[in-house]
Design a protein around this ligand. Structure first.
Ligand code: CDP
Ligand code: MG
Length: 868
């Protein structure tokens, strides 16, 4: 009781502090302010209960429950030997009390939806129930996760709980896994299972498929639900039943249950009550624009003024996590406890030891740099992509005069841990451990901790309310990231994390008005937010003729499907709505179909390493800088720009025949940067030549990924990421332009003369512009393009963007004759073409014919057809 009082005092103090800060603007008394806060809290709490049932109850675990569970346990077919410690921990999970009932329903139905609050034990326990009931005796049990982290960490955890090795409880994600012939429980990413359906439609290896985290609505999980809704009845007909268990947080289940396209009869829904304590929500009065500064301030306050209990902080990305962790670690030094002492306990393989060693080196390096990063500028956060290089970012953080950092030497130490998807899993595991004696736990996380992972003993949640959204460019499909408000449902999920072990508090760093008026109710399913070209092709390849009739849980918009179909027809991946051999080849690459086509056609003349470089570079944003980072005086700026442009022209080639265009600049830049990297001077090289260092680092990762993928699909190809890639020969360069055309054939522009109207009509001037396909307005070459000034007749572009005019980006010169071959439907051909042979090769690299002749390993003969 007295603790509760303490707590209230603490809260009051906090609110008081804040009120004083805003007093200048709002002349209300502290008391009134507080009442407002209370009111806000109350309404929201009711609200959330209606929306997502976030604040469910059923408190205090009682000893009798354990007995009840033990008595009602269903018959065990396969014995599992668990340690007593594990067994006690399991018995505290609400789902254990429901085992009997859950197994009865599973036994009697083929499709089941299991909804339960995060942390109730779905992911770790249901596979064990099934195992004990004998479902893994002859076949495997599949568990899919939208996130790689979850697939790995859950397989480890379940293996530990069951006392089974990774041979039997295994995982499989792209490029990595430990599945063996003995595997019984197979955790995998949803994309991996979708790939398996392509080769074994009936999923004959499995007796049960569990789709976990279905509420996240990842595209692949959605598609899997669609497929499984058909596979399950088919397996039933074969007298070889397959069970489907859809597991989800208690969010918007109607998309699955009330969707008649999916299931004829509503599948039974099992709801697991979580033992959830009340969580008090505290809104900020004001929504501070700089949420990172605010989150730091708030955490310091909680730690210095409020009673014991772990703190969980939600920010949007890996870089934010790391910076905040560093800042908090510096503010609250540990004293006797050491981060390294706990981390060294975990290593259980050589690989991890190496990582450890790398860490030590990095730490040393960091200490040297400490001066530089001492005052982190919280205003200056860039929004990073998913793949960050750990060593790069520190240089990016500039000194900050206004130092808001505190250093607290006395008082309770703060045990600060990072959590994000790409963190090595042995470090992720730290959040599940007890902090050292006398320390308060503080986890800084991305939304990984929202539903996939449950951290024990969290009492305070600090929620920035932000989430990083991936936006896809409609033209190129290139993705970009930006930070946006999350949804109400996900904010409630975050708040719920504070009530797992006792009453908790959630501090939202935004006002209730923003929450009510700006937040969407639910996050939009991923399938609605991205171009579906690749998915469309994938489904077509799997024999789904009418994609629009596919049983999607949420159907993509008709226009999304239509544009996808027409773009794929243009690419030659579809013909009369049927997949071509080329389409099949394209579908094997993990990039956009237009880039996949480029890769598929590069299987000759040693082009693959170059195409891989180009595709990787074209997929990245802002590789070539326009202005230097940091301050430069105007004259200096002009000089630097001129120098960079000269370098780029040189990269593009000299003389008319070699002025190929901007992608060639990218290719040469990547090649040269790789060389500089092998000599350990990449950064310097980037600075000198106007390249964005981070982009180059990311391009390298994507190159490796694409190369691996090609090796997997085409084991006979000899392709690697060569640091000393020679520049392409003239013939290769020409072929590369044709390859680019093959992928961007729908984005052609032709030079036109345009009258530029001046005020004085006599002085009407003419100037050149371009007409692009399907575009009303003229488009222009930008100053930054290496082709500016040479004005070629025909070009292809990667993207059109708008500033004061419409500009083309990523422009390549093409020869008009090529159009007849690569985009014949855009051409008015003089003579009808007669040869009915298929036009393209499949990836096997065998001979292929075009309408005008065949091309194989020789140079491609170009038809001489007139083009209008
Ligand atoms: O899937 P769901 O959110 O329902 O729960 P879960 O992931 O199965 O987690 C059940 C419990 O196991 C939670 O209390 C976790 O904290 C705990 N757990 C753990 O202690 N260590 C792990 N590596 C994974 C889960
Ligand atoms: Mg789970």
């Amino acid at each position: 009781e007295s603790e509760a009082e303490d707590e209230n005092n603490g809260t009051e103090e906090m609110e008081t502090c804040e009120v004083q800060e805003v007093k200048d603007n709002e002349e209300e008394t502290v008391k009134e302010e507080e009442e407002t806060v209370k009111e806000e809290e109350e309404t929201i709490e009711e609200d959330s209960q209606n929306q997502s049932g976030c604040y469910v109850r059923n408190p205090n675990f009682k000893e009798e429950d354990v007995k009840k569970v033990v008595e009602s346990k269903p018959a065990v077919f396969v014995e599992v030997y668990r340690t007593e410690e594990i067994q006690m921990a399991r018995l505290k999970l609400p789902i254990l009390a429901e085992e009997q009932q859950i197994m009865e329903i599973i036994n009697e139905n083929s499709v089941i939806i299991l909804a339960g609050e995060t942390g109730s034990g779905k992911t770790t326990q249901v596979p064990q129930f099934l195992y004990e009931a004998g479902y893994a005796l002859n076949r495997m049990i599949a568990i899919t996760e939208p996130r790689r982290v979850a697939a790995i960490s859950m397989s480890k955890r379940v293996g530990e709980e069951m006392n089974l090795s990774s041979d039997e409880v295994s995982y499989l994600i792209r490029f990595e896994g430990n599945v063996t012939e003995k595997t019984k429980l197979k955790f995998m990413t949803d994309g991996v299972l979708l790939k398996e359906i392509q080769s074994d439609f009936m999923l004959t290896k499995y007796s049960v498929v569990i789709l976990d985290e279905a509420h996240e609505r990842s595209v692949y999980t959605d598609i899997l639900i669609g497929f499984l809704s058909r596979i399950v009845p088919l397996r039933m007909k074969r007298n070889d039943p397959l069970k489907l268990i859809i597991m989800s947080a208690t969010l918007r289940l109607e998309d699955f249950t009330e969707n008649r396209r999916l299931f004829k009869n509503t599948p039974p829904v099992i709801k697991v009550e979580a033992r959830q304590y009340p969580v008090t929500i505290h809104f900020n009065k004001r929504t501070q624009p700089n949420y990172l500064r605010e989150v730091y301030r708030k955490t310091v306050k909680i730690h210095t003024t409020l009673p014991e209990g772990g703190i969980l902080i939600f920010v949007t990305g890996q870089q934010e996590v790391k910076t905040l962790v560093r800042k908090l670690q510096r503010s609250f030094p540990l004293g006797k406890a050491k981060y390294s002492s706990v981390q060294s306990v975990e290593k259980d393989s050589d690989e991890e030891k190496d990582e450890e060693l790398g860490d030590v080196l990095r730490k040393k390096k960091r200490q040297k740099k400490l001066k530089l990063v001492e005052n982190v500028d919280m205003d200056d956060f860039s929004i990073p992509g998913d793949h960050e290089d750990p060593d790069v970012e520190e240089e990016d953080l500039e000194d900050d005069d206004e130092n808001d950092e505190v250093v607290v030497k006395k008082g309770q130490p703060l045990w600060v841990l990072p959590l994000y998807s790409l963190l090595p899993s042995y470090k992720q595991a730290n959040v599940f451990k007890k902090p050292p004696e006398g320390c308060r736990l503080c986890v800084v996380s991305t939304n990984v901790a929202e539903t996939s992972l449950t951290i024990p003993d969290i009492k305070y949640v600090v929620d920035t309310g932000k989430t990083k959204v991936k936006l896809y460019d409609k033209v190129t499909g290139v993705s970009s990231y930006f930070v946006n408000w999350t949804s109400k449902a996900s904010a409630d999920q975050r708040a719920g994390r504070a009530g797992r072990t006792g009453p908790g508090h959630c501090y939202r760093l935004y006002s209730s008005a923003v929450f009510n008026d700006t937040f969407e109710k639910f996050s939009v399913p991923e399938i609605k937010e991205k171009p579906v070209d690749d998915l469309y092709l994938q489904l077509k390849c799997m024999g789904i003729d009418k994609v629009v009739n596919f049983p999607f849980p949420t159907v993509p918009d008709l226009v999304q499907l239509k544009t996808a179909e027409s773009r794929l027809e243009t690419l030659g991946a579809l013909e009369n709505s049927k997949v071509t051999p080329l389409g099949r080849a394209i579908s094997k690459f993990p990039v956009l179909p237009r880039f996949g086509k480029m890769l598929a056609l590069s299987h000759q003349q040693n082009l693959l390493p170059y195409t891989i470089c180009m595709v990787a570079a074209l997929s990245m944003q802002e590789v070539l800088l326009e202005t230097p980072i940091g301050h430069v005086d105007p004259q200096g700026l002009k000089d630097v720009r001129q120098k960079w442009r000269a370098i780029r022209r040189q990269w593009a080639g000299v003389g008319n025949s070699l002025m190929l265009g901007d992608p060639m600049v990218l290719l040469k830049a990547v090649g040269a940067a790789e060389f500089a990297n092998s000599e350990g001077r990449l950064e310097r090289f980037c600075d000198d030549n106007g390249l964005r260092h981070k982009a180059l680092v990311e391009i390298r990762k994507l190159r490796i990924q694409l190369t691996n993928e090609i090796k997997m699909n085409l084991p006979e190809t000899d392709v690697g990421v060569d640091p000393k890639l020679k520049p392409p020969t003239d013939i290769q360069a020409k072929l590369l332009r044709q390859i680019l055309l093959s992928g961007m054939g729908d984005q052609v522009a032709k030079k036109v003369m345009m009258e530029e109207l001046k005020e004085d009509e006599d002085k009407a001037k003419y100037k050149y512009a371009y007409r692009a396909n399907n575009m009303e307005e003229p488009v222009f070459l930008h100053q930054g393009s290496v082709l500016k000034g040479s004005l070629p007749e025909f070009v292809i572009y990667q993207e059109i963007y708008e500033t004061n005019k419409m500009y083309m980006r990523g422009v390549t010169v093409i020869e008009p004759e090529w159009l007849a071959k690569y985009v014949p439907h855009l051409c008015n051909l003089g003579e009808p073409l007669t040869d009915p042979e298929p036009r393209y090769d499949s990836i096997s690299g065998k001979v292929f014919c075009t309408k005008t002749g065949s091309f194989g390993t020789q140079a491609w003969p170009l038809p001489n057809v007139e083009v209008e």
